[in-house]
Design a binder for this molecule. Structure first.
Ligand code: IMP
Length: 183
């Protein structure tokens, strides 16, 4: 069995990655060692730098995940600053910022960075287009899930469905296709 170390402090991300990668015979092991997060407008360089740094540190093949919520009416905010904004404002205040706004369109992006020690990182990105809900709904998932709606339900209201249409799922599918060809 092949083991990939997932460098993240987020157990929810690990659970979602395991659900998708374990049936393919890939063991995903969480490691909290962390990595420097570049301040960039795009997620790709953040994931790429993090994966390379962590794989050299752990001397093992690793994956990292950098995700962000891009709200159209807010010019793409919070985007790459999603973690900071979630910690400081949270879902309630994001909804407050969106009060009276009719354009609720948003995109969730996920970039998986993968790297083997001594090599360059490769990135795989996935997107889910949705809407910012008008209220917080659902207790499933994590982070922005209760305010991000796809097809009328928030990710927080979904069970397994999130893993079949999420930004993370779409990035992981590309990662898996690459892994199959590059064992
Ligand atoms: P990061 O990738 O850990 O920097 O995540 C950015 C922010 O988006 C954090 O606040 C996460 O909790 C949140 N986030 C990342 N992925 C998801 C997701 O799948 N659903 C909801 N929130 C997410």
């Amino acid at each position: 069995m092949r083991k990939i170390i997932f460098v993240t402090s987020n157990a929810h991300k690990v659970r979602e990655a395991k659900d998708i990668l374990s049936p393919l015979g890939i063991i995903v092991e969480q490691n909290n060692c962390g990595y420097p997060e570049l301040q960039e407008e795009e997620l790709e360089p953040i994931a790429s730098f993090g994966a390379k740094h962590a794989s050299n540190k752990l001397n093992h093949e690793v994956m990292v995940d950098d995700s962000g919520l891009f709200i159209e009416a807010l010019c793409g905010f919070p985007g790459p600053y999603s973690a900071y904004v979630f910690d400081k404002l949270g879902n309630k205040r994001i909804l407050k910022l969106m009060e009276g706004e009719e354009n609720r369109s948003a995109i969730f992006r996920c970039v998986i960075g993968y790297c083997r020690p001594g090599e360059e990182a490769i990135v795989f990105s996935g997107e889910a287009a949705g809407k910012i809900a008008r209220s917080i709904r659902g207790s499933g998932g994590f982070g922005y899930d209760p305010i991000f709606e796809v097809g009328g339900a928030t990710f927080g209201e979904m069970e397994e469905e999130k893993n079949m249409l999420s930004h993370r799922y779409r990035a992981l599918v590309k990662f898996v296709q690459w892994l199959k060809l590059n064992r």
